[in-house]
Design a binder for this molecule. Structure first.
Ligand SMILES: [Zn+2]
Length: 143
């Protein structure tokens, strides 16, 4: 059986290079949970951000979906199953408290990287402003 997700695809490498250049450190091909066999393409374990760069063909990109004419009986259910599995993986990760970011391989690497960086920075700043429970009432009535 052929693996339907090749590692280190070109779009993914480009995005990773941009992230690395911006000083971000991440895990590649990271297995988050035993509940899912799938791996996260790029994972920020501290911020719990899971990034997937989905291939247009394998993940049925709406802009580039072209079902193979040959062996349609084989491909249509197979590709549909991939989409289902993507949704399942996203659900498992979200249940575990992860933020899931999915991109298409056709999206410009720079835009993808910018959105990832924004998400990581937001997670960093919100975790640094988390208040202790006893501070929760502070600031009320100041309106
Ligand atoms: Zn596409």
């Amino acid at each position: 059986m052929r693996a339907n997700k090749r590692r280190d695809t070109q779009p993914e490498l480009l995005v990773r290079r941009l992230l690395h250049a911006r000083g971000l450190r991440y895990r590649v091909d990271h297995r988050v949970a035993s509940q899912t066999r799938s791996r996260v393409d790029v994972a920020f374990t501290k911020q719990r951000i899971a990034v997937f760069i989905d291939g247009c063909f394998w993940h049925s990109c709406p802009e580039h979906l072209h079902l193979p004419r040959a062996n349609a009986d084989y491909w249509i259910p197979k590709l549909a199953r991939n989409v289902e599995r993507d949704a399942e993986v996203s659900t498992v990760l979200r249940d575990l408290g992860w933020t899931v970011l999915r991109f298409w391989e056709h999206e410009p690497a720079r835009e993808v990287a910018d959105r990832i960086i924004a998400a990581v920075e937001e997670a960093r700043s919100s975790s640094s402003t988390v208040r202790a429970p006893h501070d929760a009432g502070r600031g009320s009535g100041s309106q």
